[in-house]
Design a protein around this ligand. Structure first.
Ligand code: NAD
Length: 263
């Protein structure tokens, strides 16, 4: 299938490793030029160099913290300076810390807001005028299975990702007449460093072996295994493509069947 991405410019946030990196690699493999950011200059530069070497695409690394407005400005300005446009925006960031309600003070909620909701809103704000002018755009938010079935002990993530979903659903309606789609990808338990950190937190909290934490997740997944980042990245590439022109306002899980709801 020709995804029609060879003349497109993609901006992938939070992409030095994990899901963001896999999405950047998939879009580059499909021929898109990619601007990718993370907070660590060396990590994002290394990741970009490897993706460029593997794909032959133009890949531009930018050091930027998307939880800060200045970081969003930095990465979007870098993309617009270099290419003059962003056709595909993938919003992504690290996950907010785990823990129950009592574990998080007001400052923790504000940080989670900036990391999860503000980053998605401000990235969209920066690229939408150009997408509207060109009457073509794809916005893809990486959220979580927790928006359909909240995950225990992740109260910050469960709350803020629901907010991103409300934002995306409303924005999708507003920008649909301009040829812009807005969709969310819901990762299930996918083998990244974030998941290792969650397994370590569960192991320390409950006094169980690390393997037991993984086994518990796997037992809840009909496919009986964790997901791989490239399995999620494949959906991102499709949603970014010309072919996905009539798919908008959707939240699509890549979770091996973990979510038990009908919708
Ligand atoms: P990860 O921790 O492995 O990678 C996160 C990436 O984001 C890294 O490159 C990191 O440098 C970058 N990053 C983090 N905070 C940033 C910031 N403020 N500004 C710029 N870059 C930043 O995480 P992951 O597993 O790839 O997850 C990506 C997102 O998907 C997270 O929000 C996570 O909570 C969510 N998610 C992951 C899973 C999973 O199983 N992996 C499941 C559900 C949801």
């Amino acid at each position: 299938m020709n995804l029609g991405l060879t003349d497109k410019v993609a901006l992938v946030a939070a992409a030095s490793r994990g899901l963001g990196r896999a999405i950047a690699a998939e879009l580059a493999a499909e021929g898109a030029a990619v601007v990718m950011c993370a907070r660590d200059e060396r990590a994002i530069t290394d990741a970009a160099r490897k993706i460029a070497a593997e794909s032959g695409a133009t890949v531009v690394p930018v050091r930027a913290d998307v939880a800060e407005r200045a970081g969003v400005e930095r990465v979007t300005a870098a993309a617009l300076d270099r290419f003059g446009r962003v056709d595909v925006l993938v919003t992504n960031a690290g996950g907010p810390p785990a823990g129950p309600f009592e574990a998080h003070d007001a400052a923790a909620w504000e940080s989670a807001f900036r990391l999860t909701l503000q980053s998605a809103v401000e990235l969209a704000r920066a690229v939408l005028p150009g997408m509207k002018a060109r009457r073509w755009g794809r916005i893809i938010n990486v959220t979580s299975i927790s928006v359909k079935q909240p995950v225990d002990n992740l109260i910050l993530s469960n709350s803020l990702r629901a907010a991103v979903t409300g934002f995306a659903r409303t924005l999708a309606t507003e920008v649909a007449p301009h040829g812009i789609t807005v969709n969310n990808i819901l990762p299930g338990y996918t083998r990244t460093e974030r998941l290792v950190a969650l397994a370590q937190a569960a192991s320390a909290r409950e006094g169980i072996a690390l393997e037991a934490a993984y086994a518990r997740w796997e037992s809840q997944i009909p496919m009986g295994r964790l997901g791989e980042p490239r399995e999620l990245a494949a959906l991102a590439a499709f949603l970014a493509s010309e072919r996905a022109s009539y798919i908008t306002a959707q939240s699509i899980a890549v979770d091996g069947g973990w979510i038990r709801s009908l919708y």
